[in-house]
Design a protein. Structure first.
Length: 393
């Protein structure tokens, strides 16, 4: 277990508690953003997710038992640590803190401290509706629904990443709208600097480099990329996909059936190396899934690609329209979900427009709205409001 307090100026005191995943950019952005706002941030954390990128992929009784044992020991240490934790105005249960909030709640009530839960997304939606890992209507699905319903009521505020997700929580769990707050994911801009200028003449004579990276969940729609690459086998495109996950077997079967020399698949790269791969790409590829979750999601990768000033192709959705209220931006191409032909048309459009991007800092106006310091200010406001509301009740 790790406990530390940043040497930030005295002021609003925030405690992050639990087993949250420090490998998630969301959590690092939140902590650093609050510190930049002058908050005194204390971390009381047990790292139980090290080396586990996709929690739903823990299979077998022995790995699950091992993970359960780690969790039990961690929660014992965290509980004792919280009872002796320094003074704070609000306690944050960061992502992934679905279990954390149930164990923290009685002790936070004992200390009369409001809880802000960064749900980020609905676990019920993810496991039951999007990934279909739990059968709808089954006992586990009903238990998961009831648990998420209760967790929302244990928290003074619930944080999500888009207005679409906010609406989902409000409608699904019967919450007051002001109880659910939107804090966009954003990107760690220090880790994703703007791409260096390229020689246009050289670029025009080279194949168009397309990059996808992600965890191969249904919302990503990787199969759409494979179908597009098949249709474009005779075009000067080179496809790189980085990642692994739930739909990897289907993707592997598609590639085994029709090998694509123009496509390379890399299982994974370290997080610090992602910017290098984005910089070398002509276009970053977002998500193309058809699920309800993909319609309400703007994943980290979208913000990271935008941060570097790289052209982007992603599915059109209500969520992305929150970021692009006017329906588009230079170098951003929105396409229907699961439509390989539309994806190829977007690439062709980019091919005709990219000369005009020379010397242009793409996405600058967008980045001013979503920088990590902007997220920090939004989060600070939400936490202060939760603390003030908690004192009145």
């Amino acid at each position: 277990m790790r406990s530390d307090t940043a040497p930030s100026p005295p002021g609003f005191r925030v405690l992050f508690w639990g087993t949250y995943d420090r490998g998630r950019p969301r959590n690092r952005i939140s902590i650093e953003g609050l510190r930049r706002q002058g908050a005194a941030v204390t971390l009381l954390h047990a790292d139980v997710w090290a080396g586990i990128e996709d929690k739903s992929r823990i299979h077998g009784w022995l790995p699950r038992l091992r993970q359960a044992t780690r969790l039990a020991a961690a929660y014992l240490r965290l509980t004792v640590g919280y009872l002796f934790a320094p003074r704070h105005e609000v306690v944050v249960v960061a992502y992934l803190g679905f279990v954390d909030i149930f164990l923290l709640w009685p002790w936070a009530m004992l200390r009369r401290k409001p809880i802000v839960w960064d749900a980020m997304m609905s676990l019920y939606n993810t496991l039951v509706i999007d990934r279909e890992l739990v059968k709808p209507g089954s006992l586990p699905a009903r238990i998961l629904f009831a648990a998420e319903w209760l967790a929302c009521r244990m928290a003074k505020r619930v944080l999500v990443t888009t207005e679409q997700r906010r609406g989902d929580f409000v409608a699904r769990y019967g919450l007051r709208a002001e109880r659910v707050c939107v804090i966009p994911l954003g990107a760690e801009y220090a880790a994703f600097p703007e791409r260096p200028a390229t020689d246009t003449e050289t670029a025009l004579s080279s194949p168009i480099e397309l990059l996808f990276y992600g965890q191969f969940t249904p919302l990503h729609g990787v199969e759409t990329l494979i179908r597009a690459a098949r249709l474009a086998a005779d075009r000067p495109y080179h496809w790189t996909i980085i990642g692994n996950g739930q739909t990897a077997e289907q993707v592997r079967a598609m590639l085994d059936a029709t090998p694509l020399p123009s496509l390379q698949w890399i299982d994974w790269v370290d997080y610090p190396q992602l910017a290098h791969w984005i910089h070398r790409a002509d276009i970053g590829l977002g998500i193309f899934g058809t699920s309800a979750k993909s319609a309400e999601t703007i994943p980290n990768k979208i913000y990271q690609i935008l941060a570097t000033g790289t052209p982007l192709i992603t599915r059109d959705s209500p969520a992305i329209r929150e970021l692009l209220p006017d329906g588009g931006a230079p170098g951003v191409y929105l396409v229907p979900p699961a439509d390989p032909e539309a994806l190829l048309q977007a690439i062709e459009r980019f091919a005709t427009e990219r000369v005009g991007f020379r010397g242009v800092s793409l996405h600058q106006a967008l980045n001013e709205k979503i920088r990590d310091d902007v997220s920090g200010r939004r989060l600070m406001t939400v936490l202060q409001d939760a603390a003030a509301t908690g004192q009145k009740q």
